[in-house]
Design a protein around this ligand. Structure first.
Ligand code: ADP
Ligand code: MG
Length: 326
């Protein structure tokens, strides 16, 4: 039996004027119901492109998606647009990175929550409106029966983010992908939203993918962690394994540059030198090698020529021996 969500050797490419962008390059991961997977990595590492691929939201005219994506045993990469559309309401939902662009300014918040519910359940307008009020209450909007008729601009940033969550959760999805759901919010609201997702998960047993560029956000929220770099998984394990005994030099770099996770208060924050590679022409071998301080330790030109693979369990796609620690 494959996992509830099983992504196998996923490739996503975009045709652009400058050439082909290899945004996701052979990515595999699994997620069971009731569990939360954190996907972390700097901006541009392919996190959003991966989520959109799972939801089947890439435009086939400009992109190519290869590999397998199984949701509860059903293959999504070859599913018809109408099958995907049905799944996107009933079974899987996404909280998008930017609530300002994801909510329409022209419709009331309540209507934007009620419409997908009506469409997927056949509920009446009145029932759907009642459901919208309920959902607003569930995500902690005060006086929901009044706020249901507000337009998005009448909501604060934190409230809009909650409304987005209400919209994503209105049909009780079994898979929820939350793409940087808290990035624009202050720390207190961030914590509230993450608690809210955990509560909802406990009520419904959903599987959650929580995407972020901030390891501090996921440390207390996720069961498993996948670290992405240049469209690939470079490290994977339980959150505890990856955060306590990180194995990939990129993960070391991420942890060293995070204020909230610096274990030793005296230890200065060290940003990772350099920047991620162009995905129009990714480096051969290990994609991290141009920024890595450990290539000499590996020896020869292995890092430049040989692509490291991600082993099972707590895996690290790196040529360093796995016992090697920071
Ligand atoms: P992030 O990890 O920050 O979410 P993304 O998944 O958004 O990164 O992007 C991964 C890479 O794919 C980036 O280099 C981005 O520029 C590129 N990309 C994303 N969408 C498109 C697109 N529609 N056309 C061309 N390139 C894209
Ligand atoms: Mg993104």
């Amino acid at each position: 039996m494959p996992a509830f969500l099983s992504v196998q050797d996923l490739y996503v490419r975009f045709r652009t004027e400058d050439g082909v962008v290899q945004a996701v390059d052979g990515l595999s991961f699994e997620l069971e119901r009731g569990r939360t997977l954190g996907i972390v990595g700097e901006s541009g590492s392919g996190k959003s492109v991966t989520s959109l691929a799972v939801l089947g939201l890439h435009d086939p005219r400009t992109s190519e998606v290869r590999g397998r994506i199984l949701l509860d045993g059903q293959e999504l990469t070859t599913a018809s647009e109408s099958a995907l559309e049905k799944l996107r309401g009933d079974k899987m939902a996404m909280i998008f990175q930017d609530s300002l662009t994801a909510l329409s300014p022209y419709y009331t918040v309540g209507r934007q929550i009620a419409e997908p519910y009506r469409k997927h359940t056949g509920a009446s307008r009145r029932e759907a409106r009642q459901r919208a009020v309920e959902m607003l209450a569930r995500v902690g909007i005060p006086t929901p029966a009044l706020r249901v008729d507000d337009y998005p601009h009448q909501f604060s940033g934190g409230m809009r983010q909650r409304a987005m969550i209400a919209m994503a959760l209105v049909c009780d999805p079994e898979l929820l992908i939350a793409d940087e759901p808290t990035t624009a919010l202050d720390v207190t609201v961030q914590a509230q939203i993450l608690d809210l997702l955990k509560d909802l998960q406990q009520q419904t047993g959903s599987a959650i993918v929580l995407i972020t560029h901030d390891l501090g956000v996921v440390a207390h929220t996720v069961d498993d962690l996948l670290v992405m770099y240049a469209g690939r998984a470079v490290e994977r394990g339980t959150a505890r394994e990856v955060l306590r005994t990180p194995r990939h030099p990129y993960t070391w770099g991420l942890l060293g540059s995070m204020p909230r996770l610096a274990t030793d208060a005296d230890q200065p924050l060290v940003p990772i030198p350099g920047s991620p590679p162009s995905l129009l022409d990714p480096p051969p071998g290990c994609p991290f090698h141009p920024r890595c301080r450990h290539t000499a330790e590996v020896g020869g030109d292995r890092c430049r020529t040989e692509r490291p693979t991600l082993g099972p369990g707590h895996g690290s796609a790196c040529h360093l021996p796995t016992e090697r620690t920071r």
